[in-house]
Design a protein around this ligand. Sequence first.
Ligand SMILES: CC(C)(COP(=O)(O)OP(=O)(O)OC[C@H]1O[C@@H](n2cnc3c(N)ncnc32)[C@H](O)[C@@H]1OP(=O)(O)O)[C@@H](O)C(=O)NCCC(=O)NCCS
Length: 166
Amino acid sequence: MEIRPVLDEEHTELADITVAAYLGLGHVDDEYEPELRDVAGRVAGAHVMVAVDDGGRILGGVTYVPDRASPYAEFDAEHAAGIRMLAVRPDAQGRGVGEALTAECLDRARSEGRRELILHSGTTMTAAHRMYEKLGFERDPNLDWWPTPGIELLGYRMHLEPGQAE
Ligand SMILES: CC(C)(COP(=O)(O)OP(=O)(O)OC[C@H]1O[C@@H](n2cnc3c(N)ncnc32)[C@H](O)[C@@H]1OP(=O)(O)O)[C@@H](O)C(=O)NCCC(=O)NCCS
């Protein structure tokens, strides 16, 4: 498996994967689906990476938010980076892809001197919560927020030691 920036011709496939991954968790509605599908917007305002298998098939993707100046930042901290829209295609889940994409974001944040990595996750995303906690993220209720009534996002953060990319 290779992790690399998404190519222009892969935007639609990654959009489909992202919607498919979020669909079963009650996180896709008419308002949110266009946002999930907007890979081009995320490429313009952050960094989008994909995991690709030996045959060139996209297995999943993630948006790395380099700092609070990005339109995709959901944090104010000056020295933080973020993770958004992590998604693994349903038939490739449970094989280490999500962990590899998250580890890539952690490596990148450390190598860029970020002091913490912040993300938010829906209350139904229990596999993701387990993965983040396994990787060393901590729940921080101070980061929780409600983008729309009835949707609660749970905050997680990991403090980083700069220059310790694995
Ligand atoms: C969450 C998600 C990205 C994980 O990716 P993945 O490739 O399936 O996960 P991995 O195989 O890398 O597993 C890493 C860890 O996640 C946890 N995990 C993965 N699938 C799980 C499941 N079905 N139930 C419980 N925990 C699970 C485990 O802790 C696992 O570690 P382990 O195998 O040592 O137990 C993927 O399931 C997904 O796309 N989910 C829907 C979208 C989503 O919730 N995105 C997160 C947004 S914040």
